[in-house]
Write a new protein. Structure first.
Lengths: 265, 265
């Protein structure tokens, strides 16, 4: 039987395909190759972490998946379609701290993407309440960002990324500005939210421990030009626990990533 | 005793001293007429002062509109576009250092000694700080906020209305505070220099005939005007920019602090 021509459009929601992607930054004096021939498949519902030294283009790759920047060559598809501009129905993005609007309350921040689409106030409020409940901030909706701790701000940020229920959540070093304890707690919280929603998550970080602790798969990148140098499957069972951090499996995975990074740094 | 009570006590005792010292003969009436004789002088010539106040307020209102409207508009343009900024900012900054009052005689030659020359002078006088503050406010907006808005699908006009303007409000308001105060100074000073109406003119005229109570009555009116303006700006700041100071409107920092400490993450 002849395969249907549009079979590729039926890819399940949340799949990410990166094919031979390159990114060149043109400056007045020279062209800088930020990414070269990057290919990557993320299956729906997977938790994938991008690690690598500064300047390896991991954030750039994430920005291209979000439609915030266009690649110089190659293709990127999200749920089977290219992403020429940001599309909050397909992709939610969580940035480092400070990307909440300080003049809005927590719930108004979460409602922001809905307000852009002209959704009615009562509808918005209800969906924001659900999202805030999901991230464990029930009852904190009326606070302004300056009245929230760093971890709580990041929870609001995650709620904002999830409020339109996109199949993909992209996170650019979301916990980098948090202290160690908060960072651990937020990692567990994120895994809980991920398990509850079944989103595809692509997570950028500098922290090797965080990478192994959170991920199904870790992608290791090298700098200038950014390339994928290793792709690890993390076989640790879920739910992840603090005790695993001192286990042999964890140690050897962490070690393997570190050797790559030390070589290129 | 709280700082607020102490402040009130100081103000009350200064007012009391203003009444007591001249009455007791410690200070000659020519230097400082007592508060009651100042108020009486103003009351007896209520019609004259009322008319002068109307003229001054009219000039202040028009100049305020020019200075603030023009300052915010041009500041927004200069702040958001790099080319005009490089061209204009150095000129404006050096112009700001020039004592503009030297231009006032020129304005009277061009525009006569009526309200027009005062409005022209006070408008330019208040325009510069408003523009500089607005430009700085727009320039210092956190680019992460704009990126976050873009990731949620905000169009250019949505970014302007929902991000750039609210983010710039605190700096614009501090510019308005300085600019508006300078408008009042500009109007009153120019009335005192070359003029035929307004409170500044009255103060100047009564001074030439050494009528201190009438001079001080005029001074009191200008004082009241400045205080009212300051209160108005404070009110707007509380309404529009509660997030800037880190305290919520109508709520003191002490009330917020314990609440902010509650949850760990």
């Amino acid at each position: 039987m002849q395969p249907l021509a549009n079979i590729t459009l039926l890819k399940p929601a949340g799949a990410i395909e990166v094919r031979n992607v390159g990114q060149v930054f043109k400056t007045t004096t020279q062209d800088v190759v930020a990414l070269e021939d990057v290919s990557l498949d993320v299956k729906p519902g997977r938790f994938v972490v991008l690690v690598g030294p500064s300047g390896c283009g991991k954030s750039t790759l994430l920005m291209m998946m979000a439609g915030l920047r266009q690649q110089t060559s190659g293709t990127i598809t999200i749920s089977g379609a290219p992403i020429p501009e940001p599309d909050p129905n397909r992709v939610g993005v969580v940035f480092q701290e400070a990307s909440l609007f300080p003049w809005l309350t927590a719930e108004e921040n979460v409602e922001f993407p809905l307000a852009l689409r002209g959704i009615t106030k009562s509808d918005r409020r209800a969906r924001a309440q659900d999202a805030l409940k999901l991230v464990g901030l029930d009852g904190f909706g009326k606070r302004h960002p300056h009245e929230l701790s760093g971890g709580m701000k990041q929870r609001v940020s995650i709620a904002r990324g999830l409020v339109q229920d996109p199949p993909v959540l992209l996170m650019d070093e979301p916990f980098a500005a948090l202290d160690e304890q908060t960072r651990m707690t937020m990692g567990d919280e994120l895994l809980r939210i991920w398990a509850a929603t079944g989103k595809t998550v692509v997570f950028v970080t500098h922290s090797l421990t965080e990478a192994v602790y959170l991920a199904d798969e870790v992608i290791v990148m090298s700098p200038r030009p950014g390339r994928i140098v290793d792709h690890l499957q993390v076989s640790l069972p879920r739910p992840r626990t603090y005790e695993m951090l001192s286990g042999d499996t964890f140690g050897s995975l962490r070690d393997r990533i570190w050797r790559h990074i030390r070589k290129s740094a | 005793m709280s700082a607020a009570t102490l402040r009130r006590l100081i103000v009350i005792s200064l007012i009391a001293l203003w009444e007591i010292l001249p009455r007791a003969g410690f200070i000659p009436e020519l230097f400082l007429p007592s508060l009651s004789s100042t108020l009486a002088a103003g009351w007896n010539e209520a019609g004259e002062y009322g008319h002068a106040l109307a003229v001054t307020l009219y000039e202040v209102a028009i100049s305020m509109a020019f200075a603030c409207g023009g300052g915010i508009l041009l500041g927004a343009i200069v702040g958001s576009l790099p080319r005009p900024r490089i061209l204009i900012m150095p000129m404006v900054s050096s112009l700001y250092a020039v004592p503009l009052v030297i231009l006032y005689p020129v304005f009277t030659i061009w525009l006569g000694i009526g309200s027009e020359s005062k409005i022209a002078f006070a408008s330019i006088y208040g325009f510069l700080p408003t523009m500089l503050a607005t430009a700085a406010g727009i320039q210092t907006i956190d680019p992460q906020l704009l990126l976050a808005a873009r990731s949620m699908g905000a169009t250019l006009s949505q970014r302007l209305v929902r991000v750039i303007i609210p983010a710039a409000i605190p700096t614009v308001l501090s510019g308005l505070r300085v600019g508006g105060a300078l408008v009042i100074v500009g109007v009153v000073v120019s009335e005192m220099l070359i003029s035929s109406a307004g409170i500044g003119y009255l103060i100047s005229r009564y001074r030439t005939i050494l009528d201190s109570p009438h001079v001080f009555a005029g001074v009191l009116l200008v004082l009241a005007m400045a205080i009212a303006f300051n209160a108005a700006i404070k009110w707007i700041e509380r309404k529009a920019a509660i997030w800037q100071t880190g305290t919520r409107a109508g709520q003191s920092a002490e009330e917020i602090a314990p609440a902010a400490l509650q949850p760990a993450t």
